[in-house]
Design a protein around this ligand. Structure first.
Ligand SMILES: [Zn+2]
Length: 244
């Protein structure tokens, strides 16, 4: 029993180390895929690019994005993530319309843009927020403000669009909120579908890698438990932690 257990212990140790190395390499690879996908997105985000007319509100999106000096494909991707192109979308957080704008942001942008000049007296109402054209005008202008604020960094602008510039400034980057990180990933994923660029590796593959990594992580734990068990038996046999 003794030599056999000792051999098993050594094999377990090797297997454990191999698993740990593979686990780390996959983790490193996933973050590499991620960074590449984000860099490619950011690097091309300043290009003015239209969506084709298969995209809902495509014509409106292209016109207003061009006016605001931003990429129409990114605006369409943002609308997809925000409202799934539902003009009367209303979130529990109090955001309205296609680009999910909150009234305070609307007011702030509208002070300069005056999108409702001559339309109605007084403040804008829900009917303005739900108006596709007005909503896209305010949303694109707001996004372009954020892009300027973050010196052309579209990833940060998107994070700020979702979590507010206060949160981005506080963390000096993308706030570590699951919702915001998922949101940025979704917008970037949609952008890869709309643009002529392909993902360095597809999001799907990235998820698969994540799955494989989790499985290896669990096997790592199982190996570790097995080794603890073997160590216990060896200790009982030798009455010591020195086995030879
Ligand atoms: Zn109005």
């Amino acid at each position: 029993m003794r030599p056999r257990l000792l051999v098993l212990w050594r094999i377990g140790l090797v297997v454990f180390v191999i698993q740990l190395v593979i686990y780390s390499i996959i983790g490193y690879g996933i973050s590499g895929i991620h960074n590449k996908a984000w860099e490619k997105f950011n690097g091309n985000s300043y290009v003015i690019a239209d969506v084709d007319n298969k995209v809902p509100y495509g014509e409106l999106i292209n016109r207003r994005a061009r006016q605001a000096g931003i990429n129409g494909q990114i605006v369409a991707s943002l609308i997809h993530a925000e409202s799934s192109f539902q003009p009367r979308a209303h979130s529990p957080a109090g955001a309205y319309g296609l680009m999910q704008i909150i009234p305070s942001t609307w007011r702030q942008v509208n002070e300069q843009a005056k999108v409702c000049a001559g339309r109605h007296p007084g403040e804008c109402t829900v009917e303005c927020y739900y108006n596709e054209e007005l909503n896209i005008r305010i949303g694109t202008l707001y996004l372009s403000q954020l892009v300027n604020r973050y010196e052309g960094n579209m990833v940060l602008a998107l994070a700020a669009y979702n979590a507010g510039p206060g949160a981005v400034d506080k963390y000096g980057g993308i706030p570590p909120y699951d919702e915001t990180v998922n949101y940025v990933n979704r917008v970037i994923g949609y952008w890869y579908e709309l643009s002529s660029y392909s993902m360095p590796y597809t999001i799907f593959a990235e998820e698969q890698w994540e799955y494989i990594r989790t499985a290896i992580g669990w096997w790592c734990m199982v190996t570790l438990l097995g080794m603890v068990w073997i160590a216990g038996r060896l200790h009982r046999y030798y009455h010591s932690w020195r086995w030879r």
